[in-house]
Design a protein around this ligand. Structure first.
Ligand code: F6P
Length: 352
């Protein structure tokens, strides 16, 4: 059994733990296993950059951040427009004599995995991303570690914000979804949370800050998802929004919010952008266990010859979905979501 494996898109803690889980389970439950590590995601598959791995390659990597296989963002458009790349990937699959290919990645990775599966390759996806936006799985690996890191940032900002009676706006990764921001915001006790799914009204954000001051709370912590936008921007299409920001010389929602609060209230307002720190370092215990369970389940599917699927966790049970059922769909926070409801029930403000 020749098993290809690649990691694609933005890295996250738990990639190596998952690779290890797959490898250890494959060696355990099947005979004659050869794992082929494809370097730098789909780029390596297009350009046939791969190496045969040995069992020792998978030792000592459970706690290691990043990915031993390397990763790369590789934009694919429509199948018809990317025929050459698809052909190259199919050629590499054949040249490497793969029986199947495991693709560890987020939404974009799953879209491509589905294209390859539709082209007849034996594909199994594994759900990676700190964004937790893959449809059909409750959780993705990397997410809970990133929540820990973002929560630690918010905790630390609390003490300095309180000492100086400041507003601190903490920008948390998440371009299209606010899962990480809302979770870390709740865990870190943020006063206001702004996420892309719920466009904010800056006047309501400012009122919430001044209301707190009236109640004797001299500081506020605002957790903002990187991709948050206001109610005026919500009326525009994505490209128009970007153009408007460019014209107004605004780089991020965070920098604009800081300027608006400072200008309207006179309160000392600062920003903090942990950025890629949220993706770095060792996975926490939860992610190590999740990664191992997901990896071991992938090995089971390989053994059973079940392809065209992606591993998921639903209601605390490891399962799998058909790639074609989940590819291209993003998981957003809707109004009924319990995290959102809980945050609102304890008085966290969403600028609405
Ligand atoms: O997809 C994960 C993610 O971390 C997003 O939250 C963020 O918007 C993006 O990656 C940043 O990507 P890059 O690594 O290309 O800067």
């Amino acid at each position: 059994m020749r098993i290809g494996i690649l990691t694609s898109g933005g890295d996250c803690p738990g990639l190596n733990a998952t690779i290890r889980g797959v490898a250890k389970a494959c060696y355990e439950i099947m005979d004659d296993v050869q794992i082929i590590g494809i370097q730098n995601g789909y780029y390596g598959l297009i350009n046939n950059i791969a190496k045969e791995m040995v069992p020792n390659d998978f030792s000592g990597i459970l706690t290691l951040g990043g990915t031993i296989l390397g990763s790369k963002r590789q934009a694919f458009k429509m199948l018809s427009m990317d025929e050459d790349k698809i052909k190259s990937m199919k050629d590499t699959y054949k040249k490497l004599r793969l029986d199947c290919l495991l693709t560890l990645g987020g939404c974009g990775t799953h879209k491509t995995a589905n294209l390859l599966s539709a082209e007849g390759l034996n594909i199994i996806g594994l759900p990676k991303t700190i964004d937790n936006d893959i449809f059909g799985t409750d959780v993705t690996f990397g997410y809970y570690t990133a929540i820990d890191i973002a929560t630690d940032c918010i905790d630390r900002l609390h003490t300095t914000a309180a000492s100086h009676s400041r507003v601190i706006v903490c920008e948390i990764m998440g371009n299209k979804v606010g899962w990480l921001t809302i979770s870390a915001g709740i865990a870190g006790g943020a006063d206001i949370i702004l996420i892309p799914e719920k466009p904010y009204d800056i006047n309501k954000v400012i009122k919430s800050v001044t209301d707190r001051i009236e109640k004797g709370k001299s500081f506020s912590i605002i957790a903002v998802a990187e991709g948050a936008y206001d109610v005026e921007e919500a009326k525009l299409k994505k490209k128009e929004r970007a153009k408007k920001r460019e014209e107004e010389n605004i780089t991020t929602a965070t920098s604009r919010i800081v300027a608006q609060i400072q200008r309207e209230t006179g309160i000392d307002t600062r920003s903090c952008v942990p950025g890629h720190i949220l993706r770095g370092g060792s996975p926490n215990a939860y992610d190590r266990i999740l990664a191992t369970k997901l990896g071991a389940h992938a090995a089971e599917l390989i053994k059973q010859g079940l392809f065209g699927r992606t591993i998921a966790i639903v209601g605390n049970k490891i399962t799998s979905n058909r790639l074609s059922d989940i590819a291209g769909i993003m998981k957003f926070i809707d109004d009924d979501n319990q995290l959102f409801q809980t945050a609102r029930n304890i008085g966290i403000h969403f600028g609405r």
